[in-house]
Design a protein around this ligand. Structure first.
Ligand code: ZN
Length: 136
């Protein structure tokens, strides 16, 4: 017997969307993850130090309240990146642990890309961020 998939999931794209939706729904809320935090604001953009943004990468602001799903993992901006992304959960967790309210920094992508000689090199996509935290 083959494994049964219930629901209208036929096309690969639909299935991917469905799985992404499920994984988003399975994220903890901010209140579960960081009790005592009333608001978390992350302003982020892709770019090098000192530059406000790369062309085509405007700063974005994500605002979380205790009921929000704590979506703290950002994709890499590079299409050729493998296994990449920027995980801000550790940075935010450390801030809350010491009771700090703001931090500005940059986070290198954790992935890889193919270099000129076909060898894998580290992806150098840089995420700039400012984090603000309000406590209850
Ligand atoms: Zn990357």
């Amino acid at each position: 017997m083959t494994s049964a998939i219930t629901g209208p999931i036929d096309l690969p794209g639909q299935r991917t969307q469905y799985l992404q939706y499920r994984s988003y729904r399975s994220l903890p809320t901010l209140g579960d993850l960081l009790p005592g935090v009333s608001r978390l604001t992350i302003r982020w953009w892709y770019g090098q130090d000192g530059k406000e943004s790369l062309r085509g990468s405007s700063p974005r602001v994500w605002d979380f309240v205790p009921d929000s799903r704590a979506h703290l993992q950002l994709d890499c901006a590079s299409h050729s990146c493998v296994d990449g992304g920027h995980d801000l959960s550790g940075i935010v967790g450390n801030l809350v642990e010491v009771g700090d309210t703001a931090l500005q920094g940059a986070l290198m992508c954790s992935g890889w890309r193919q270099g000129v000689d076909q060898r894998l090199v580290r992806c150098e996509c840089l995420l700039q961020y400012t984090v603000r935290i309000e406590y209850q």
